[in-house]
Design a protein around this ligand. Structure first.
Ligand code: COA
Ligand code: AMP
Length: 633
């Protein structure tokens, strides 16, 4: 077994005595009422951490660092090649901006427990907005800018925010994305659905494209200019800090809840332990605040530990070139960078020799962390050879909030095995289970599950829906959380995550539901039935591919149908779905009970040698599909 030293000791302690382990970790947090108990199991299988603790997350992220003498240290460095701007905020400046924005929200009636939807690009105000909510004890729900109005509407309808915070625009390399029309359309959809509309929409005007505001829409700067700072509001550790919607297998996104106490403890523990980042270090997560990676490691973790976080509004390539990451890392003296493998593949495609790397002084860059999808060994080798630093794959999910498996660089750096996310982190009792729920022997693939209770920082439930939480995650194997991923553990105890077992796909590090895309295709008048599967893509990891069967008598040229379906997915889900590939087929392969054999289709499309299920209704249908599905196509 690997890690006979500090890692193994901490891992064992976390599972043998979670109470002591996490109460000790909780000392890193400033509480208005320190917890005396770590875990409340009374509602099992729903667990709550630090039931009698009380704190404010924003105090921990900002005020306490100012109070302890870090006020002049940079908290946030913003670099925006798409607008040609930069900005920096010290801890004092960020605390003051957050307090004033919190005052502005309070003047709109936002208080403890109220929701605020944040639909903003990668600007400092996005970070401020999240922390301003935390300061008030309000619950933020950030929606990624690449989602279309319908997806935004689904989130607004579910979260029922009092206020929506948005901007006049986001800037993509190829176009300016005007956010206000998207928000208006979303609010119309919310209204049509009979759901509660927010009381206010606040718009941050950006010079790239200013918005003409209508009645009821407020100008961010005007609002803040007249606001007085709000004091932090202590909340129960178990009170929600945020809701982040993520794709499940159905079209309805899941509102992953994060509490205040467990989240603060887990993130403050993870940054030094997993990433070897502490107070004063410069840390950069090149992701988006709309994803969990952005919540945890752009915003909360670095600020909770008193580090400096870089916020980057740009792409790995094309803004302006494939040296962008190395330029930012060198310019700000970044100690560790965290991004998605797809971003590196994009860099590698443009600059295969890594000539851009040599242009910059990366002397302070110690580690590259990658997550969001499996780190393929080619990308791993390319990055580690070109950069000459450890390249660390690690595995986690929106639901888990922080890494389930990683290489604990700050506890005990373990040897890297390409293709493996290394080992489970303290608190995560990861098991590989077979169909019957029995544990798989070493080396054998199975469902990755985590024995309950999950550690602090993981989701306590889904927003307003304990039942769906239990049904989606806790009912497949009693006493376990089902991750939805499959994988195996090798003889050394290293974990290999192989892919999803459900209909969730991962496109350029963006988690999407094929079920949601199928719902869009099925709504087309010419489509009788359809299937969308994720197929391997050399750049984005996976891309969605649609298969449609036409209604009898449907008379539409295939090109036109494809165009209409592609446009519909873009309009209803968003450009991030990158849905471009549709095939018209005469039938879909099904079981005798009528279930479409998506996983068989996926296997063939990925070039795997998948057996034909014995339950298949008509094997000829699958045979005809093979030629269309095969990767050589
Ligand atoms: N707002 C509006 N539109 C957005 C958007 C946003 N925040 N983010 C992406 N989009 C749009 C893009 O403009 C693009 O639109 P297009 O079809 O008109 O060109 C589409 O969504 C797809 O975008 P993207 O997934 O970014 O693909 P790309 O081909 O533009 O770039 C990569 C490819 C690999 C460079 C890019 O996906 C990337 O940087 N990925 C890293 C992902 C990441 O950080 N994931 C978080 C998990 S760690
Ligand atoms: P998200 O909730 O958007 O973070 O996506 C989580 C999913 O991304 C996981 O369930 C995995 O399928 C996938 N994923 C994330 N990190 C990794 C990794 N290091 N290796 C393999 N898959 C990963």
């Amino acid at each position: 077994m690997v890690g006979t030293g500090a890692y193994r000791e901490q891992y064992r302690r976390s599972l043998d005595d979670p109470e002591a382990f996490w109460l000790e970790a909780a000392r890193a947090i400033e509480w208005t009422r320190p917890p005396t108990v770590a875990l409340d199991s009374s509602g099992a299988p729903l667990y709550r951490w630090f039931p009698d603790g009380e704190l404010n997350t924003a105090i921990n992220a900002l005020d306490r660092h100012v109070d302890s003498g870090r006020g002049e240290q940079n908290a946030l460095l913003w670099d925006s090649p798409v607008t040609g701007s930069t900005a920096r905020y010290t801890y004092t400046e960020l605390r003051d901006s957050v307090a004033t924005l919190a005052g502005a929200l309070r003047s709109l009636g936002v208080g403890k427990g109220d929701r605020v939807v944040i639909y903003l690009p990668m600007v400092p105000e996005a970070v401020m907005a999240m922390l301003a909510c935390a300061r008030l004890g309000a619950v933020h729900s950030v929606v990624f800018g690449g989602f279309a109005p319908k997806e935004l509407a689904a989130r607004i309808s579910d979260a029922e925010p009092k206020v929506v915070l948005t901007a006049s625009c986001g800037v993509e390399p190829s176009r300016v994305v005007e956010y206000v029309p998207i928000v208006r359309e979303a609010l119309d959809l919310v209204h049509d659905a009979g759901a509660r509309r927010p009381d206010h929409v606040v718009v941050l005007q950006r010079d790239t494209a200013r918005a003409e505001l209508r009645d009821g829409e407020l100008d961010w700067n005007d609002l803040v200019a007249t606001a007085s700072p709000a004091d932090p509001v202590p909340v129960a550790a178990t009170d929600p800090l945020y809701v982040l919607y993520t794709s499940g297998t159905t079209g309805k996104p899941k509102g992953v809840v994060r509490d205040n106490g467990g989240h603060a403890v887990a993130l403050a523990w993870s940054l030094p332990a997993v990433y070897d980042i502490g107070p004063g270090d410069v840390w950069w997560t090149a992701s988006d605040v709309g994803w969990v990676v952005g919540h945890s490691y752009i915003v909360y973790a670095p600020l909770l530990v008193g580090a400096t976080t870089v916020l980057y509004e740009g792409k790995p390539v094309g803004t302006p070139d494939a040296g962008a990451f190395w330029r930012v890392a060198s310019q700000y003296g970044v100690k560790a960078l965290f991004t998605a493998p797809t971003a590196l593949r994009a860099v590698k495609r443009v600059d295969p020799e890594g000539t851009q790397i040599a242009r910059y002084d990366l002397g302070r860059l110690r580690t590259l962390f990658l997550a969001g999808e499996r780190l393929d060994p080619q990308t791993y080798h390319w990055a580690s050879e070109r950069l000459g630093i450890p390249v660390i794959d690690h595995w986690w999910q929106t639901e888990t909030g922080w890494p389930v498996a990683a290489n604990p660089r700050g506890i005990e750096p373990l040897p890297v095995k390409p293709g493996s996310a290394t080992v489970p982190m303290p608190g995560w009792d990861v098991r590989v289970l077979g169909q019957s729920g029995r544990e798989q022997p070493m080396g054998k693939e199975g469902a990755l599950a985590v024995k309950l209770p999950l550690p602090p920082g993981s989701l306590p439930t889904l927003w307003g829906d304990d039942e769906r939480f239990v049904e989606s995650y806790l009912s497949r194997y009693e006493g376990y959380y089902l991750t939805g991923d499959s994988g195996y553990v090798d003889d050394d105890g290293y974990l290999f995550v192989m892919g999803r077992t459900d209909d969730v796909i991962n496109v350029a590090g963006h988690r999407l539901s094929t079920g949601a895309m199928e719902a869009v295709l099925a709504a087309h008048p010419a489509v009788a039935e359809c299937a969308v599967i994720g197929v391997h893509d050399a750049l984005k990891g996976q891309l969605p591919r649609g298969f449609v069967v036409l209604k009898a008598g449907a008379d539409i040229p295939e090109d036109q149908l494809t165009e209409e379906l592609v446009a519909a997915v873009r309009a209803e889900i968003g450009p991030v779905a990158a849905f471009r590939d549709v095939s018209v087929v005469d039938a879909l392969p099904k079981t005798r009970s009528g279930k479409i054999l998506r996983s068989t289709m996926r296997g063939i499309a990925d070039g795997r040698d998948v057996p034909v299920p014995s339950t298949i209704e008509d094997p000829d249908v699958l045979e005809r599909l093979r030629t269309i599905l095969r990767p050589s196509r």
